[in-house]
Design a protein around this ligand. Structure first.
Ligand code: EPU
Length: 455
């Protein structure tokens, strides 16, 4: 295997890095560009693999994608056309975003082909909510061994739906389909993550009419035409929290430029309870310039995260849908919890198999026991179905170097943090997977004083 990183641990991370547009908004905004009659401009797009996959799929469908300065992407959908199934299938199993092409392609072409999906292996990750929603709009779904073929023989029509669980992807599917469906759509039990609200902002700029009501109800009035947008995405709150956790676990001090408090309040509360300190600097001059960047990048706001010295505190945390503690914050923070005094409890309620990575932390000296029960909080839907979805972490534990194999994106970053916090040299295998969601992570590690090398 060539993608191995040797990490010489034991050095606290110190310095400043910057996060760009959120992976989980940027990729969806790129898909939304398919719905416009005119070009869209997306600013501050990170160079990550998920963006490359979506770009490749858009280009196969005739969208002209060009790069500008500072991460600007221009997406021109003037010549949207059907793509060759074999060419689409090159992207099979590389990401979960292709499922969101269904509605926009049905509107543009009357037909959509969706390859086998990829994404992280953190549970079965079914697409039943997506398929049911599309059928409710009037789509006909034909599942074949090569992928999904969808048509809409009678067009797509607004509908009333209620999701069994506030799924992020299924909510996005409904939004991207409803905006140009005929009539009104009412979605109940919708996800309301900041990335969803930002996608709604993108669609509103395009001409959509979307009302977000209280109690997870979203109402969309379909319109016959949408145009392109110009949008600066919300910053990546998962990446920001990952670097915060790395600062805490290594006893360091990291300023994350671009991080925004409003999207991270739940994380910040937990970070403070564990004993980490942070300072929000958002008193910088207002944004200026055509792409919304500050006139002086040195003045850019962000959040500084640091370990104040002394002992960290054990906490009980439960992951959940927004405004709860994000499931993607869990794995990085658990590494810091191995350094806290006492018993921490983690109850994962979003994905049924997102604790497998704790075995690797165990091999480095952490004391972590996983359970099938719903520990420390409210019973969740996984308690009845025998999934190992709770963990107890006893600390503090001295971590030592180990050979680690990265299982998925967020767990992969937690392996990296553990290697940085451990004494000695760890070899982290499969490290290229981290490029799916963390731009230039090796350069950022170097900027923070980490000692790593490609052996
Ligand atoms: N679910 C179903 N059926 C469906 C769809 C979802 O049962 O048709 C279940 C899932 O199995 C899961 C739960 O609903 O148990 C929540 O899944 P959701 O649909 O909300 O997740 P997603 O849209 O597939 C996005 C992010 C994830 C993030 C989750 C939760 C993207 C590309 N992915 O996934 O991010 O963890 O929302 O916030 O936006 C990551 O960035 O590493 C990542 C995994």
């Amino acid at each position: 295997m060539t993608d191995v990183l040797a990490v010489h641990g034991g050095t606290p991370l110190h310095g400043t890095i910057r996060v760009r547009g959120a992976k989980n908004l940027v990729s969806k905004a790129m898909v939304a560009a398919l719905l416009g009659e005119t070009p869209s401009r997306l600013y501050d797009v990170p160079r990550i693999r998920d963006v490359e996959v979506v770009r490749g799929l858009l280009e196969l469908h005739g969208v002209r994608v060009t790069d500008g300065a500072n991460g600007e992407l221009v997406l021109d959908p003037a010549n949207v056309e059907r793509a060759n199934v074999d060419e689409i299938n090159v992207h099979a199993a590389s990401s979960r975003i292709p499922i969101l092409f269904c509605g926009p392609l049905l509107h543009r072409l009357g037909h959509a082909f969706i390859p086998d999906l990829g994404g992280c292996h953190i549970g079965p990750r079914p697409i039943d909510f997506h398929m049911q929603a599309l059928r409710d709009f009037g789509a006909v779904v034909d599942k074949t061994p090569e992928g999904l073929h969808l048509t809409a023989p009678n067009g797509l029509h607004g509908t009333k739906l209620e999701l069994p669980y506030p799924s992020v992807g299924a909510t996005e599917q409904v939004l991207l389909t409803a905006v140009r469906a005929e009539g009104v759509t009412e979605l109940r039990n919708a996800a309301v993550e900041p990335e969803i609200i930002d996608l709604i902002c993108v669609l509103q700029k395009m001409g959509a009419i979307i009302n977000v009501h209280t109690s997870r109800v979203i109402e969309v009035e379909g319109v016959p035409r949408l145009d392109g947008y110009r949008h600066r995405p919300i910053p990546d709150r998962i990446e920001a929290a990952s670097w915060a956790a790395a600062a805490l676990a290594t006893g360091g001090d990291v300023r994350v430029l671009g991080a925004r408090q409003a999207d991270m309040t739940t994380f910040l509360n937990t970070f403070r309870s564990v004993g980490g300190q942070f300072e929000v600097t958002d008193d910088c001059p207002p944004r200026a310039g055509v792409d919304g960047r500050p006139a002086d990048p040195g003045q850019e706001g962000g959040i500084r995260f640091w370990h104040p010295g002394g002992e960290l505190n054990a906490v009980a945390l439960e992951t959940g849908v927004h405004p709860g503690f994000m499931t993607d914050w869990q794995q990085p923070l658990v590494v810091a919890l191995t350094q806290a005094r006492g018993l921490s409890i983690v109850h994962e309620t979003v994905y049924e198999q997102r604790l497998g990575y704790t075995k690797a932390l165990g091999s480095m000296g952490a004391t972590i026991q996983t359970y099938r029960d719903c520990l420390g909080g409210t019973p969740c839907r996984f308690g009845r179905s025998n999934f190992t979805h709770s963990a107890v972490i006893a600390g503090p534990s001295k971590l030592h170097a180990a050979d680690l194999v990265i299982p998925d994106l967020r767990a992969g970053f937690s392996h990296l943090i553990a290697a940085l916090a451990a004494e000695g040299t760890s070899r982290v295998y499969g490290v290229d997977l981290i490029n799916r969601g963390y731009e230039d992570f090796e350069a950022k590690l170097a900027a923070l004083g980490a000692h790593t090398e490609r052996p």
